[in-house]
Write a protein that binds this ligand. Structure first.
Ligand code: NAD
Length: 508
């Protein structure tokens, strides 16, 4: 089923109207094109920031830091609270921009803005809980404690697929921790970035602080590199492909900077014989086909027990056949376009490779056309694979689900862990032993491991991130805030003696 269709001119007007409502000033210039996933056409031109402009932004951020670090954290939380209020007010304006640029369906675009609101609420609470431990000292009359201080300028490089939520995870927490942010959004989503940062700057200025606490620099990889290499950027938080992380990580390390890497995933779900298929099937379909397969947590490998495979696949194919593909703005659409034509080529190449490796396409495997839209649409695809190798161990950013078969639960866990990425995983089972084994030290090796729920759609209260080539970073909830602060260990001697640690004697 396909649904239709918003013309490019309407999208350009819609984007301008949203940007106006958000109070964003769209800079004049050329070098970067604002485009839309709905059409193979551009919307309008934007400038690219030079290396000197990036350096200027970092310099201003550093100046803002010197004042901001001394503002009490709960007062810093006031800015984030106001940002959250403005996000509530402008939810649809910002969600519109997300849909125009990424092609995300309206419900998911609104969900992305909701995630920003959620992290603001979280960060406001956090602003009163930036606590350190008090530790027992071995010496009488001594106190040993840790204190957490603001770190410095945080550089954020973000990917196209969560064009604003990932920045908000970083920024809401960084701001309450006392750090300004310089943001290099994806070159595919500059408008969403301009809109989101405009309302944050409004919140900052309303509270009487420097707007340099939040800045945006536009452009592609070169602009990102200028942030990566700037020694004044204390933490570089980069979200994107493993390729990008492989380039960025060593460069930041070479200058002894701190990096937080959130990279690609190749996420699996195990479907055990006892799985409740009434929740397994919708859970798998949302995780694998939602966001047109363009989440880092998208389900890409389904590891199914041989005894239930036929029934699981029969139900999944039926569900896939009725997924409405079309205009992401249209009511009822569940699968919008891929972000651009290159993503469509990667989809086709992956399907061909899977077939060449002996895979059988059970549903999909081809492009879809949507009346009136010239963007890249593909049919969500399920491919039954003979083995986990070749294309199956790569992340293709498209809705392709590879099916693998298992007989023994340990074999399923080995398949789950048998890839280089380590972001998210899930098991569908009603067998408590299997569920606990999956979550145990000998179970799944991913940063997110779920039971009876898909691999995508995390809540902000937990830490988000993954192991191995996913980069090891943690963002959002739990104690992820530690990455945005520096810890000092303090020993205070309130006695009249000077005993040395470990019983050392000196000048006695
Ligand atoms: P990408 O790697 O092409 O680009 C991501 C960002 O990095 C962009 O802003 C880009 O301009 C910048 N960049 C690229 N090379 C750079 C370099 N050498 N130096 C500095 N900056 C550089 O990724 P994408 O196509 O935008 O996004 C999709 C990828 O992101 C997928 O692999 C997905 O799994 C991953 N992702 C991961 C998470 C996570 O939290 N783990 C979240 C979202 C997306």
């Amino acid at each position: 089923m396909t649904l239709t269709s918003t013309p490019t001119t309407d999208l350009a007007d819609r984007a301008r109207a949203s940007l106006d409502a958000l109070g964003a000033v769209v800079p004049e210039g050329s070098g970067l094109t604002a485009r839309t996933a709905l059409h193979a056409e551009t919307l309008f031109d934007l400038p690219v920031h030079t290396a000197a402009a990036v350096a200027g932004a970092v310099e201003r951020a550093e100046a803002a830091f010197l004042a901001w670090r001394e503002v009490p954290a709960p007062r810093r939380g006031d800015v984030v609270r106001r940002f959250g209020e403005l996000l509530r007010e402008h939810k649809d304006d910002l969600a519109d921009l997300v849909t125009v640029e990424t092609g995300k369906i309206v419900s998911e675009a609104r969900g992305e803005v909701q995630e920003m609101i959620d992290i603001c609420d979280y960060a406001v609470g956090l602003s009163r809980q930036l606590w350190g431990k008090s530790i027992a000292s071995e010496r009488p009359g001594h106190r040993l404690a840790e204190t957490w201080h603001p770190l410095g300028v945080v550089g954020v490089i973000s990917a196209f697929n969560f064009p604003v939520a990932v920045w908000a995870w970083n920024t809401a927490v960084a701001l309450v921790c006392g750090d300004p942010v310089v943001w290099k959004p994806s070159e595919l989503t500059p408008l969403t970035a301009l809109g989101a940062s405009a309302i944050l700057r409004q919140a900052i200025e309303e509270q009487g602080y420097s707007p340099d606490l939040s800045q945006v620099v536009l452009g592609g990889r070169e602009v990102g590199e200028a942030l990566v290499d700037d020694p004044r950027v204390a933490l570089l938080s980069a979200t994107g492909s493993v390729r990008m992380g492989r380039e960025v990580g060593p460069r930041v390390a070479a200058r002894f900077g701190r990096s937080l890497l959130e990279l690609g995933g190749n996420n699996a779900a195990i479907v055990a014989p006892s799985a409740d298929l009434r929740i397994t099937v919708p859970g798998v379909v949302f995780a694998a086909a939602g966001t047109a397969g363009q989440r880092c947590t998208t389900l890409r490998r389904l590891i199914v027990h041989r005894s239930v495979k036929d029934e699981v696949l029969r139900r999944l194919v039926t569900a896939y056949e009725s997924l409405p593909i079309g205009d992401p703005f249209a009511d009822g659409t569940l699968v919008g376009p891929l972000v651009d034509a290159r993503a469509g080529d990667a989809f086709e190449a992956a399907v061909s490779k899977a077939v060449a490796q002996g895979g059988s396409v059970l549903v999909g495997g081809e492009r879809a056309s949507v009346d009136g839209l010239t963007g890249t649409f593909v049919r969500p695809t399920i491919i039954d694979m003979p083995a986990q190798e070749g294309i199956v161990i790569e992340e293709t950013f498209a809705p392709i689900l590879y099916v693998l078969t298992y007989d023994d639960f340990d074999e399923a866990i080995a398949l789950n862990n048998g890839v280089t990425q380590g972001l998210s995983s899930a098991v569908f089972t009603q067998d408590q032993r299997e569920a606990e084994r999956f979550l145990s030290a000998a179970g799944s090796d991913t940063g997110i491991a779920n039971v009876n729920i898909g691999t995508s759609g995390a809540e902000i209260g937990g830490a988000f991130g993954g192991e191995k080539e996913t980069g090891g970073g943690r963002e959002s909830g739990s104690d992820s805030w530690h990455a945005y602060m520096r810890m000092a260990t303090n020993t205070v001697n309130y006695s009249t003696e000077l005993p040395l640690a470990q019983g050392v004697t000196f000048l006695d």
